[in-house]
Design a binder for this molecule. Structure first.
Ligand code: GLN
Length: 541
C-alpha cells in the first residue's frame, strides 16, 4: 500500500489536545495492523526546542537518535509505541537555517528565495522523506498552533499543495476544534468551529473529519448542525468530550468509529482492531482510583504543568501496573531551601521522592536537602539525570563528610567536583554553543550483577536516552564505592558512570539518563516499576 497521509489541524484555540488526538488515532491504526509514523510541524523559529525553557514550552523530549523534540513526540511514542527520530519534528527554524545557508553558498544561482516555493517545498520534502524513511502505511502530520496563526501559514499552504499533488485518495484532513459552553444560556456554541473551518477553507483545505472538543456532552442535533454548516458527513463529526484519563481517548475514538471513517476515506476495507490492551489499561486506571500513593516530584519548573510530562506519565504507568493510583505532588525546591513549613509538610507526606532533570543553580541546595532527608529516613528516592548528580553531591558532603563538594555546573571553582563537566563539553560551553550539543540520545550501559538496577531490568545490557553536559567524576568512584555509594551501571565505551545506588537504603537510585522517555502506558519502565513497588512497600511498612 502506498503511504496514506493524515493532516491534523487545530481551530478556535490552542491547548485542545491535538497531540493526544493524533497519538490516539495512530494507536487505533496500529491496532488495526498498519504501520504508523508521526510528524509534528512546529511553526516557531527555534531550530528545535532544546534551548527553550520548560517554564514556557514544557518538557523537551529526547529521541534515540539524540534529537531534542517537542513534547508531542512523547505522546506519540507512548500511544503508538514506535521509536521516533529527527524525521518526526520539523520547525520553521530548521527550514530557514538550511535555506539561508544554501543561499549564502550561492546554491540558488541568484534567484529570489521565497516562502512559496522554497519554504513550502521544504515542508513537502520533509513529509515525503519521513514517509520514505519510515515506510509507514499511515503518516500522521500534526500542524502545531491554530489555523490563522501568522507563522503557521506556510504549513497550511504546503498541506494544500501536498493534497493537490498526492491526490485526494491519499490525503485526509482532520480538524480539531472546541465547542465553548455559555453558562448563562446553558448551551454549547458551534459558531467558533464553523468560523475555524472557514479559515481552513480560505487556505484551500476542506476537512474530512471534525473532532469537537467539549467539557460537556454534545447533543446529536449539535453534531448535525456542525456537519451541515461545515459540509462534513454527519458521522465524521466526532464528539471529543473531556475525560478523566488521556488513555481513554483511543477507546472513545473506537466507539465513534474513527478508524472506519478513515478506512472509507482511503478506499480501504474496514478492518477489525484489537484494543484489548488499551481496554485493560483503562480498566486498571479506573479500578486503581481508590488507593493513592503519594510521590513528591521535587523541582523548580513546577509552575508549568507539562514541564515533566514524561516523568509524570512514567510514574502513573508504573502505578497502573501495580494497581495503585499515583498522586504526584510538586514540591518546589526553592521553598524547601527556605524551609517553608507547608512545603516541608508536603515532602514529608510522600511515600517516594523523585528528583527529575534540570539545569542551573537555582533550587539546587533545596534538592540536596531533599536527598539528605530521603537517605536518612530511608524513603525511596529516584534521581533522574540531575537527580543522580544531586544524590552524589549529598552523599559525598554528608556521608564522606567532605567539604566544598559540588557540581562544576553550580560552582566552577569547587574544590571537590564530584560532578564535573564532560571532557568533550568544555569547548561547547567556552564557545557558547548551547543548541543540540549536549550528550544526547541513546547510549548503552552495562549493569553490575548484584545491583538493584540489574534485578529491576533483569538483564545486563540496557540502552537509555541522555541529555546532559556534566557527569560523575571517576576520581571519586573508588572512595564513594567503599563508603556505600556503589556504581551499578557503566557506559563501557567511555567508562562513564550511568547508575549509582546507596547501599544501606531500601531504594535510593540515581541514573544519569532519562528512563522516563522509554516508559509506555502499556509497558511500564523497569526502574519506575521497581521504584513504585518500593514506595508501596514503604507506605505499608
Ligand atoms: N544540568 C545537568 C547536566 O547538564 C543535568 C541535566 C539533566 O538533568 N537533563 O549534566
Amino acid at each position: 500500500m502506498s503511504t496514506k497521509y493524515i493532516f491534523v489541524t487545530g481551530g478556535v484555540c490552542s491547548g485542545l489536545g491535538k497531540g493526544i488526538a493524533t497519538a490516539s488515532i495512530g494507536a487505533l491504526l496500529k491496532a488495526s495492523g498498519y504501520k504508523v509514523y508521526t510528524v509534528k510541524m512546529d511553526p516557531y523559529l527555534n531550530p528545535d526546542p532544546g534551548t527553550m525553557s520548560p517554564f514556557q514550552h514544557g518538557e523537551v523530549f529526547v529521541t534515540d537518535d539524540g534529537y531534542e523534540a517537542d513534547l508531542d513526540l512523547g505522546h506519540y511514542e507512548r500511544f503508538i509505541d514506535v521509536p521516533l527520530s529527527r524525521h518526526s519534528n520539523l520547525t520553521s527554524g530548521q527550514i530557514y537555517q538550511e535555506i539561508l545557508d544554501k543561499e549564502r553558498k550561492g546554491d540558488y544561482l541568484g534567484k529570489t528565495v521565497q516562502v512559496v516555493p522554497h519554504i513550502t517545498n521544504k515542508i513537502k520534502d520533509f513529509i515525503k522523506s519521513s514517509a520514505k524513511n519510515s515506510s509507514a502505511d499511515f503518516l500522521l502530520i500534526e500542524i502545531g498552533g491554530t489555523v490563522g496563526d501568522i507563522e503557521g501559514e506556510p504549513y497550511f499552504e504546503a498541506a494544500r499543495q501536498f493534497h493537490h499533488e498526492v491526490g485526494d485518495d491519499n490525503v485526509m484532513f482532520i480538524h480539531l476544534t472546541l465547542l465553548p459552553y455559555l453558562k448563562t444560556s446553558g448551551e454549547l456554541k458551534t459558531k467558533p468551529t464553523q468560523m475555524s473551518v472557514k479559515e481552513l477553507e480560505k487556505r484551500g483545505i476542506h476537512p474530512d473529519m471534525i473532532l469537537a472538543r467539549s467539557d460537556y456532552d454534545i447533543a446529536k442535533e449539535l453534531l448535525g448542525k456542525i456537519a451541515m454548516f461545515c459540509d462534513v458527513p454527519e458521522n465524521a463529526v466526532i464528539p471529543a468530550p473531556t475525560i478523566s484519563s488521556i488513555y481513554e481517548v483511543p477507546q472513545n475514538f473506537a466507539k465513534t468509529k474513527v478508524p472506519s471513517i478513515i478506512f472509507k476515506k482511503f478506499g480501504l476495507d474496514d478492518k477489525k482492531f484489537d484494543l484489548r490492551e488499551w481496554n485493560n489499561l483503562v480498566k486498571k486506571i479506573k479500578s486503581s482510583n481508590g488507593h493513592s500513593l503519594i510521590i513528591a516530584k521535587v523541582g523548580k519548573y513546577t509552575s508549568h504543568g507539562d514541564a515533566y510530562i514524561s516523568v509524570d506519565e512514567a510514574l502513573k504507568s508504573a502505578g497502573f501496573a501495580h494497581n495503585v493510583k499515583v498522586k504526584i505532588i510538586a514540591v518546589d525546591s526553592e521553598k524547601i531551601e527556605k524551609k517553608d513549613k507547608k512545603e516541608l509538610r508536603n515532602l514529608k507526606s510522600a511515600d517516594g521522592i523523585v528528583v527529575p532533570g534540570g539545569f542551573g543553580v537555582r533550587g539546587i541546595e533545596g534538592k540536596i536537602m531533599v536527598a539528605k532527608y530521603a537517605r536518612e529516613n530511608k524513603i525511596p528516592y529516584f534521581g533522574l539525570c540531575l537527580g543522580m548528580q544531586i544524590m552524589t553531591i549529598e552523599f559525598t558532603r554528608y556521608v564522606l563528610k567532605t567539604k566544598n563538594v559540588n557540581s562544576e555546573e553550580f560552582d566552577r571553582k569547587t574544590i571537590n567536583p564530584v560532578i564535573h563537566i564532560m571532557h568533550d563539553q568544555k569547548k561547547n560551553i567556552e564557545a557558547s554553543h548551547y543548541g543540540a550539543t549536549m550528550r544526547l540520545g541513546a547510549y548503552e550501559a552495562r549493569l553490575i550483577k548484584d545491583s538493584l538496577s540489574y534485578q529491576a531490568y533483569g538483564q545486563e545490557k540496557i540502552s537509555e536516552r541522555h541529555r546532559h553536559r556534566y557527569e560523575f567524576n571517576n576520581d571519586y568512584r573508588e572512595m564513594l564505592g567503599k563508603n556505600g555509594l556503589r556504581v551499578a551501571g557503566i557506559n563501557p565505551q567511555r567508562n562513564l558512570v550511568e547508575i549509582v545506588e546507596v547501599k544501606d537504603h531500601p531504594w535510593m537510585i540515581g541514573v544519569q539518563f532519562h528512563p522516563e522517555f522509554k516508559s509506555r502506558p502499556l509497558r511500564s519502565h523497569p526502574l519506575f516499576f521497581d521504584f513504585i513497588k518500593a514506595s508501596i512497600k514503604h507506605q505499608r511498612a
